[in-house]
Design a protein around this ligand. Sequence first.
Ligand SMILES: C[S@@+](CC[C@H](N)C(=O)[O-])C[C@H]1O[C@@H](n2cnc3c(N)ncnc32)[C@H](O)[C@@H]1O
Length: 247
Amino acid sequence: MQVTQPLLYGDLVLWYRLIDPVDDHAEEAAAIQVAIERAVEPRPETLLELGAGAGHNAFHLKRRFRRTLNDLSEAMLGLSRDLTPDCEHELGDMRTLRLGRQFDAVLIHDAIMYLTNEGDVRAAAETAFAHTRPGGAAVFAPDAVRETFQEGSETFSAQDGVRSMRGLDWSMDPDPTDDTFVTEYVFLLREGDVVSLVHDRHIEGLFSIETWRRILMGVGCDVATFKRPVDDHGETDEIFICRRPER
Ligand SMILES: C[S@@+](CC[C@H](N)C(=O)[O-])C[C@H]1O[C@@H](n2cnc3c(N)ncnc32)[C@H](O)[C@@H]1O
């Protein structure tokens, strides 16, 4: 299966933490933790995150779970090893990964956005299900679903030592009849007196809530939803938690 990774998860990896600060994940990670604790009996101890990227969620789940982190990008796993050296790291594609063991909980956060057709989402759901023990649960947390997606743009700026950046992202849906949208990123990257301009296109999957439910139930999960915080103003959306039946 071919994957074209955005520059952000390869050549631009040194800039990743400026774009997605670790602290921004604290509130959402807390909501995910509570949802897993409510869904899983006996008390969950082990967590596999598929597409765990730089380990930002995992960092906040540190006190609660023994974590195994997967990603397709060796460069992103390198960032994660620096931040969460106490975690186990596994390189691989979430559509095909098979570790040969099960966990109390599995999480797929925003990495699921990079699966852009139903077959790939189903393959990732099968991976999650295969790694969830009976009575455990898998969380699927897409950034957007068809019903709530809105086109929009944002600017951002950040500094870390000699590196500073100014950026713009612009999410748009050129063809509302297909299962994808596009986020165009433009970065101005400054290291001392050297400035470069980079354009990075992210093609992301966009499915209806009904499609999500059909795929998740299709792999054998009991599907429920829970609210997660999406901004600092008390806004929430709904993401999926899928319990694997005892038998
Ligand atoms: C936005 S980052 C994830 C950040 C993560 N939520 C965190 O807390 O740090 C998205 C990640 O998805 C990974 N990814 C994309 N497609 C993947 C696949 N098929 N299997 C595994 N990882 C994948 C990318 O390499 C990238 O690291």
